[in-house]
Design a protein around this ligand. Structure first.
Ligand SMILES: *Cc1c(COP(=O)(O)O)cnc(C)c1O
Length: 395
C-alpha cells in the first residue's frame, strides 16, 4: 500500500531516500512557510509578530499537533529546545519525585545522549544516584523496588527493536518506578498511545519522522495529573506562569508549559508546523501497515540478493520500528557507494547499515529499486574502492 502523499514532499530527482529515520525529507509547505515567516513576519512585522502573527502561542499549537500523533491529550505536550535537554528535564523532574530511591534504569542499546545525560545528572546530584544499563532484553528482569526511574527508548536507533511500551510501563509502575519513554524513532513512525499507556513522561524529537528540518525543536509530554508535581530543573522565564510580569520569583506555569525554558525558535517551529500538515487526515495504523509492507519487501529482496548480509533487526516486523539494519563490517564504505548511486541510508558504528522506511514519500517501487542497487554494490565489491573508505565527520 502506498499513501498518496509523495507530492507533498520536495525530493531531489534520482534519489531514493531511506534515511527519513535520521533526517526527514522536506515537505513543500515547509519551504513556503520558511520564506513567509522570514520575509513577511520577521521582515515586515518585526517584534510585533509575537502578537500579530501569534508567535507566542506557536509552541503550544505545535505541541498539540504532535500530541495527536502520539495519543497525548490537548495541552499535555510542550515543545522547544533539543531532545537531549528534554531528556534532562524529564529525568530531573522524575528524580525529585522519587526521594527514596537511587537507581535510573535504562538499557545498553539506548542512544548515547540519553545515557550521557542520565550519567551526568546522577553525578551532579550525587547522594548515591546510579545509572544501570543492562542489555535491552534484560531490562524487564532488572525492574525492582530499588529502581526510581525506568528510562527507555521505544525503538532502538541501531537495530530498530521495539520495546513493549505498555507491558514495561505496567511493570515499572507496579514496582513503584516512574516511566520515561523516548519516542525519537516512534513519533510519526509507529502508533503510540500515551494516554492508554499511562507513562509519566515521554520525550522525542521532530526532525526524524516528523520532518521538521535539521535541529527542529523537541517535545516533552507529562501525564496531565502529574503536571503540578513537576518541579522544573531548568526554571526559565518561558516556563513561568506569567513571563511578562517580569517577577523576580519563579512561579511555574500551571500546565505542561512549565517545561518550556527560553525564547522559542520561531523559524524552526513554523517550519515544523507546516511540515505537520502532511499528517492531516492520516491515521498511524495505516502508516504502520504501509511501513511494514515496505520494510518486508526490502528485507526479502536484499536477503535474496545478498544472502551473506546479516539482518541486525528483528525478523518479525511487529518487533521493530520503521527501519531495518544490516550488519556488515565494511558497512560505512557500502553506504558511501550506495549514496553515490542515489540510495541514501546511513551507518552507525561499529557495523550497522541503516535504512528507514517512510511511507509518506516512499513506495514499493522505490524500495525494490533501492534493494536492487544494494545487491549490485555488494556483489560488485565496488565499495572496496579507496574513495569510499574515508569517514566524514557525520556518518
Ligand atoms: C536522535 C536521538 C537523540 C538526539 O538528541 P538531540 O538532542 O536532538 O541531538 C537523542 N536520543 C535518541 C533516542 C535519539 O534517537
Amino acid at each position: 500500500m502506498t499513501l498518496p502523499r509523495k507530492h507533498l514532499f520536495d525530493l531531489p530527482e534520482g534519489v531514493l531516500y531511506l534515511d527519513g529515520n535520521s533526517l526527514g525529507a522536506m515537505p513543500v509547505a515547509a519551504a513556503d512557510r520558511a520564506t513567509r515567516v522570514i520575509r513577511d513576519e520577521w521582515g515586515h512585522e518585526l517584534i510585533k509578530a509575537w502578537n500579530s502573527a501569534d508567535w507566542i502561542s506557536l509552541p503550544k499549537r505545535v505541541g498539540d499537533r504532535i500530541g495527536r500523533l502520539i495519543g497525548a491529550p490537548e495541552g499535555s505536550v510542550a515543545t522547544g529546545d533539543t531532545l537531549s535537554i528534554k531528556v534532562y528535564q524529564a529525568l530531573a523532574a522524575a528524580m525529585r519525585m522519587q526521594p527514596h530511591r537511587r537507581v535510573i534504569l535504562s538499557d545498553s542499546g539506548n542512544f548515547p545522549s540519553d545515557l550521557y545525560i542520565a550519567q551526568g545528572l546522577a553525578d551532579l546530584v550525587g547522594q548515591g544516584w546510579e545509572l544501570r544499563t543492562p542489555a535491552p532484553e534484560d531490562v524487564a528482569d532488572a525492574i525492582n523496588d530499588s529502581v526510581a526511574i525506568v528510562m527507555l527508548t521505544h525503538v532502538d536507533y541501531r537495530t530498530g527493536r521495539l520495546h513493549d511500551m505498555k507491558a514495561i510501563t505496567r511493570q515499572a509502575q507496579a514496582a513503584g518506578s516512574i516511566m520515561i519513554w523516548d519516542l525519537a524513532h516512534s513519533a510519526g513512525a509507529v502508533p503510540v498511545d500515551l494516554a492508554a499507556c499511562g507513562a509519566e513522561f515521554a520525550v522525542g524529537c521532530s526532525y526524524k519522522y516528523l520532518n521538521g528540518g535539521p535541529g527542529a525543536p523537541a517535545f516533552i509530554y507529562v501525564r496531565p495529573d502529574l503536571v503540578l508535581e513537576v518541579q522544573p530543573a531548568l526554571a526559565g522565564w518561558m516556563g513561568h506562569e506569567a513571563p511578562f510580569a517580569m517577577s523576580h520569583t519563579y512561579q511555574p506555569a500551571m500546565s505542561t508549559e512549565r517545561l518550556r525554558v527560553g525564547t522559542p525558535p520561531i523559524l524552526q517551529l513554523s517550519v515544523l508546523d507546516a511540515a505537520l500538515d502532511v499528517w492531516d487526515g492520516l491515521d498511524m495504523d495505516s502508516v504502520r501497515s504501509a511501513s511494514i509492507a515496505l520494510s518486508e519487501a526490502f528485507v526479502a529482496e536484499v536477503s535474496r540478493l545478498c544472502p551473506d548480509l546479516r539482518l541486525a533487526s528483528p525478523v518479525d516486523p511487529h518487533q521493530r520500528g520503521s527501519q531495518v539494519s544490516f550488519a556488515f563490517e565494511d558497512g560505512y564504505a557500502v553506504i558511501q557507494a550506495l549514496i553515490e548511486r542515489g540510495v541514501i541510508g546511513d551507518f552507525r558504528a561499529p557495523d550497522i547499515m541503516r535504512f528507514g522506511f517512510t511511507p509518506l514519500y516512499l513506495d514499493n517501487n522505490d524500495v525494490m529499486q533501492a534493494a536492487s542497487i544494494v545487491g549490485e554494490v555488494i556483489k560488485s565489491g565496488i565499495w572496496r574502492e579507496q574513495r569510499f573508505q574515508t569517514r566524514a565527520k557525520v556518518t
